[in-house]
Ligand binder design. Structure first.
Ligand SMILES: [Zn+2]
Length: 432
């Protein structure tokens, strides 16, 4: 048997007056997701603790059964995802160009992602590598639009804070050491020096002088986040005994899943959420050589970020149309455990980036119990037989419903693995 885990990123939401007190998922017409919930065992999931807002990389890492402390920062994972082949000693940060204005001796974020022409971006990004700090190497690598990665080398540490204030109207944050090591102190000091050098260099760049004349905001600063470096991690196959494939469209998932030793199928977003998800489900169903297939779509999360619940409702309906493939082709296959859930909630109301509410979870297959839930959403699934499911429990339930869980107490391998049979060593006749 194999598991197909479908993650509808950011699916969970809050109740909206504009939707008669319902969430976008409750309000959406979702006959296929409801069909799966009717056939399956349902519950509400949170990858960590209820109420805690999680980023996608943290949520996925926890869902795959890893501890939060083991996570290499997102900067490093994106570097892997973009195929940079990172050096194990280097530190990577996410960064993006933004517009700041001087006020009371601080740099206040005026435009998080100002409109910039491609040719302007090219010139401004090129100027970033002329900016220097004193005694560590800092290199800018362009990724997409105004975004990039900073690569720090030398005696550097990832234990530093972000400079990105996220919300417009707030000042750029001083980068501070997040532990007591001399490397963290030196890295944070040099980062601040570099960020000020970027501000001075870009502010006087001819392109920005030209933008000023046209009344456009200058693109004059770099905001940084989520420093990371390679960490030793137990491969997913060793941890769960499952040969895994990830089907996703963004470098963060490619990087994270590669780092866990999964195979990765780099699919593209075409602007047609229904067609894209159907294609991914079809690819997953045809990939019979894997025991665990992660199928991911980002569109519900992106719709949540628009803060318009009607947009999110429409996107969910498109995803549901794609789930017809799951109902017609995957659900009748007795060798598949189909799991549908989300990594976190992305509320289309309020100021938070992601929110801490639970998300619906359904498990359909040969072995899950069948409860009385007939609708897949944040309210109805609460009455399901799975009840509240947290963090690593998801992977243990997957092993259980694949009929591969180990009886607690057996020791067929040197590490107490949760699956049976483990990768155990046969006693050879000629061994002793
Ligand atoms: Zn997410």
């Amino acid at each position: 048997m194999r598991c197909i885990l479908v993650i509808l990123d950011g699916l969970g939401d809050r109740a909206h007056d504009a939707l008669a007190g319902r969430t976008p998922l409750q309000a959406a017409y979702t006959p296929h997701l409801d069909r799966l919930a009717t056939a399956g065992m349902n519950g509400l999931y949170h990858a960590y603790l209820q109420g805690v807002s999680l980023s996608s990389e943290v949520a996925h890492f926890l869902m795959f059964g890893y501890d939060r402390e083991e996570l290499p920062g997102r900067g490093y994972l994106e570097a892997v995802g973009y195929g940079l082949e990172p050096d194990a000693e280097d530190v990577f940060l996410l960064c993006h160009l933004c517009s700041v204005a001087e006020k009371d001796g601080q740099l206040v974020l005026a435009h998080e992602r100002p409109e910039v022409a491609k040719s302007e971006l090219y010139a401004l990004k090129k100027a970033l590598n002329t900016c220097k700090s004193n005694d560590i190497g800092i290199r800018f690598v362009s990724t997409r639009k105004g975004d990039g990665l900073l690569v720090l080398s030398g005696a550097v540490s990832p234990a530093i804070t972000d400079s990105d204030p996220i919300y417009e109207g707030r000042p750029l944050i001083s980068v501070e050491p997040a532990d007591a090591t001399p490397e963290a102190r030196r890295t944070s000091e040099q980062m601040n020096r570099y960020l000020l050098s970027v501000y001075r260099t870009l502010s006087s760049h001819p392109l920005n002088l030209g933008r000023k004349e046209k009344g456009l905001p200058p693109v004059n600063a770099l905001a940084t986040q989520r420093a990371g470096r390679k960490q030793p991690l137990t491969p997913f196959f060793e941890k769960w005994g499952l040969k895994a494939l990830s089907i996703a469209s963004l470098p963060i998932y490619w990087g994270l899943c590669r780092e866990l030793g999964m195979e990765v199928s780099e699919v593209k977003d075409s602007g047609d959420p229904e067609g894209d998800l159907r294609e991914r489900l079809s690819l997953a169903h045809g990939s019979r050589e894997y025991d665990f297939i992660h199928v991911h779509t980002k569109v519900a999360d992106e719709a949540g970020h628009t803060k318009d619940p009607s947009i999110k409702k429409a996107v969910i309906e498109a995803l549901d149309r794609a789930m017809a493939f799951a109902v017609e082709e995957i659900m009748p296959d007795p060798e598949v455990l189909l799991v549908v859930t989300a990594d976190h909630s992305t509320a289309s109301v309020g100021t938070m980036i992601h929110t801490g509410e639970t998300v619906p979870l359904t498990m359909v297959g040969k072995f899950p119990r069948r409860d009385r839930v007939t609708a897949f959403n944040e309210i109805d699934c609460a009455r399901g037989a799975l009840g509240p499911v947290r963090g690593v429990e998801l992977m243990h339930l997957v092993l259980n419903f694949l009929d591969r869980g180990k009886l607690g107490g057996l020791m067929d391998t040197t590490h107490d693995q949760p699956y049976y049979p483990g990768h155990s060593k046969p006693l050879n006749l000629d061994g002793y």
